[in-house]
Design a protein around this ligand. Structure first.
Ligand code: ZN
Length: 141
């Protein structure tokens, strides 16, 4: 994917920037996978742009990973197994590995969405259970 720039990083983080999301490739499946780019070890996250009025006829399941789709713009249809429903900006859809999924952008604007993929039932602690509050000096001041 073009226009990806590594912004910063060290042993504890990797930051990349795509620039304006409207600059992602104008092909049927403008998709960038972030695991390699960011050195992630527990999730695969993809950032996608589906052009206006475009089906994504890639029905699929997963072997062990669940997926959570976060729709950031556009609107259309999402199908899981024998159910089809509307999606739009703000929609969030979690699909179990066995769910047969596919989607379409039926709107006149591009659909930007994020998919978070992680091993089903692998999350042992989260949010403040896992977070540790610390004193630190903000370097942006
Ligand atoms: Zn998938």
């Amino acid at each position: 994917m073009k226009n990806v720039e590594k912004v910063a990083g060290n042993k504890n983080f990797t930051a990349v920037n795509f620039g304006k999301l409207t600059l992602l490739p104008e092909k049927a499946d403008g998709k960038a996978f972030l695991k390699e780019m960011t050195n992630a070890t527990g999730t695969e996250i993809s950032l996608s742009v589906l052009p206006a009025r475009t089906d994504l006829p890639i029905f699929h399941t997963h072997k062990q990973n669940e997926e959570t789709y976060l729709i950031l713009s556009g609107s259309g249809k999402f199908q899981v197994d024998d159910q089809c429903f509307d999606i739009s900006e703000g929609s969030v859809v979690r699909v179990a590995p066995a769910g047969i999924r596919g989607m379409a952008n039926t709107s006149d604007e591009q659909m930007i969405y994020i998919v978070v993929q992680s091993k089903e039932n692998s999350l042992e602690q989260y949010s403040m259970e896992d977070g540790v509050l610390l004193e630190a000096t903000p370097l942006w001041k």
